[in-house]
Design a protein around this ligand. Structure first.
Ligand code: UDP
Length: 248
């Protein structure tokens, strides 16, 4: 049983990558519905409550990954529990390795056409034997959705990686999950395909090890300050919640 912690307005699960892989095998082999895996991070503490569909979908997710160092530190501060950081991109790659070993078909939906194609090509090279049952770019007009759902069902894919960014990917799965016949696992992977296609660079290992990936991204993509400006507010609210817990 995965331990889920409430952190301010959202939640995060204390899982390891191996726990996620064990759950994926169980969902694919024994499941009868779509099981969702989303990343939990400080930005979502502010964005999730603003959208009722996103909020419900996020709350009911099967797994909420401790994607950002912010969630790991928040759980340590509020509960005294040390969690491992489990990134969305690392999880996606681990699931692809598992899928290649077990012959689960994957469908990759999202990002620009050239990004999607390059990422899929790279995944094929990284994980020989990976059965890529289908792919689609993330800018399909609304009137193409029926055809896309049909393609997804015809592909027989068991695993769907959704790369539409948040909240689009959560809204998409909330709307169409009931129509997916074979998909048993859906992971929301945000901008991961941009990294896999080589369009966006991941922070060097030293930054990741020190929990400073956010700093690297801020310096290399200054536009991200708009998203990252919530970090100090998040930290302040976590400390305030800790103080309230301590004194009351
Ligand atoms: N995207 C898409 N369709 C859309 C809007 C966005 O496929 O209608 C893709 C976009 O090309 C990018 C990803 O969604 O690859 C969003 O990445 P971002 O890093 O903003 O998402 P996050 O990880 O923050 O959820």
């Amino acid at each position: 049983m995965v331990q889920r912690y409430a952190v301010l307005n959202i939640w995060v699960d204390a899982v390891t990558t191996q726990d996620v892989l064990d759950a994926v095998v169980d969902f694919v082999e024994n499941g009868s519905r779509v099981h969702t895996i989303f990343a939990s991070n400080p930005e979502k503490n502010f964005s999730v409550p603003q959208d009722p569909i996103l909020y419900e979908k996020f709350k009911k997710a099967d797994l909420l990954l401790p994607d950002g160092i912010g969630m790991v530190l928040a759980v340590k501060c509020l509960y005294g529990v040390r969690m491992e950081r489990v990134t969305g991109i690392g999880t996606m790659q681990a699931i692809c390795r598992l899928a290649a070993e077990r012959g689960y078909g994957v469908f990759i939906y999202g990002a620009k056409e050239e990004v999607n194609k390059a990422a899929v090509d790279n995944l094929g090279k990284m994980f020989p034997g990976l059965q890529i049952a289908g792919r689609a770019h993330g800018y399909q007009p609304e009137d193409q959705m029926e055809a896309l759902v049909q393609r997804l069902n015809d592909s027989g894919a068991k695993i769907l990686f959704l790369a539409l960014g948040s909240p689009k990917q959560e809204q998409w799965i909330a709307r169409y999950e009931g129509r997916l016949e074979h998909v048993r696992v859906c992971q929301g992977i945000g901008g991961t395909l941009d990294v896999l296609a080589g369009k966006t660079k991941r922070a060097p290992l030293i930054f990741r090890r020190l929990g400073l990936e956010w700093l690297y991204r801020l310096v290399t993509e200054p536009k991200r300050w708009k998203r990252q400006k919530v970090y100090p507010v998040f930290a302040g609210q976590v400390l305030w919640a800790k103080m309230k817990k301590f004194f009351w």
